[in-house]
Design a protein around this ligand. Structure first.
Ligand code: FE2
Length: 318
């Protein structure tokens, strides 16, 4: 099997641009995931984000997690636990409006650093969307425009820890799912592994790599690209040793953005059945909340049949 795709973004500025763009296209088509190095976010910033996140976990989250695990009796589990994940998380919103100043228990330095980090990730996400447009033959800015809606994209960060787990065979760090949104940028632990994606029916590790950013595509990009690119099922396997840090930032469409297959990609597909619906992003998210750990196809089907109250036009499927 081909090895997990690693993209050196510096090569986009030189002689190897074409081959690097091809690698990105291949990763989007065949993996739904790739790992970026030399992405332009400084190692100093990444090191600081990691240090402050780990300190915050120790100070504010570790004890609470242990208490919850104790209350739920998870350490004594004898059979597979199917409705809980072995993770502790909190969420920061950046766009359309930041909530960082309101999130409790964050040191001032941590707030400031996460705000700066989000600014860098936002730029990187928008750069990547344009690289995808180029590979897809869509006009520059097309994806950004679709994501914009009337108030701009939704952009947020889920900060997670996966503490050591006594029974990884019985309880997942995070159960298998595809991501609902657009583009996901993950800064993951450089030592403690656990993230896996499903490829050709087999689980493949997303290898930890210092200072890299892992990218994956959500359901919305699958719809907009008319299935040229796919959101891919992934999971986190809890580890018996080590505490895995995972900082996943979601660059998603605005709540009222209308999502549908790009007409340019549908026209090139003449003869294929148009399987993807048209819908308002917020309606998809309402559905996703209850169905995250189920297959995406029934979600797409449900959206085809949904009459949205906010849709400007009757829902069409192409
Ligand atoms: Fe995910």
């Amino acid at each position: 099997m081909a090895s997990f795709p690693v993209i050196n973004m510096e090569k986009l500025n030189g002689e190897e641009r074409a081959i690097t763009m091809e690698k990105i296209d291949d990763a989007c088509k065949n993996w739904g995931f790739f790992e970026l190095v030399n992405h332009g976010i400084s190692h100093d910033m990444l090191d600081k984000v990691e240090r402050l996140t780990k300190e915050h976990y120790k100070q504010c989250r570790e004890q609470k997690f242990k208490e919850i695990v104790g209350l739920m009796g998870l350490e004594a589990a004898q059979s597979e636990v199917k409705d809980v994940d072995w993770e502790t998380t909190f969420f920061l919103r950046h766009l359309p409006e930041s909530n960082i100043s309101e999130v409790p228990d964050l040191e001032e330095e941590y707030r400031k650093t996460m705000k700066e980090f989000a600014g860098e990730l936002e730029k990187l996400a928008e750069q990547l969307l344009d690289l995808l447009c180029e590979n897809l033959g869509l006009e520059k800015g097309y994806l950004k425009k679709v994501f914009y809606g009337s108030k701009g994209p939704n952009f947020g960060t889920k900060v997670s820890s996966y503490p050591p787990c006594p029974h990884p065979e019985l309880i997942k760090g995070l159960r298998a799912h595809t991501d609902a949104g657009g583009l996901i940028l993950l800064f993951q632990d450089d030592k403690v592994s656990g993230l896996q994606l499903l490829k050709d029916g087999k689980w493949v590790d997303v290898p930890p790599m210092q200072h890299s950013i892992v990218i994956n595509l959500g359901d919305q990009l699958e719809v907009i690209t008319n299935g040229k690119y796919k959101s891919v099922v992934h999971q986190v396997v809890a580890q018996t040793d080590g505490n895995r840090m995972s900082i996943a930032s979601f660059y998603n469409p605005g709540s009222d953005a209308v999502i549908f297959p790009a007409p340019a990609l549908v026209e090139k597909d003449q003869g294929e059945t148009h399987v993807y619906p048209k819908f308002i992003f917020e309606d998809y998210m309402k559905l996703y909340v209850g169905l995250k750990f189920q297959a995406k196809e029934p979600r797409f089907e449900a959206m085809k049949n949904m009459k949205s109250s906010t849709a400007p036009n009757p829902i069409a499927t192409a």
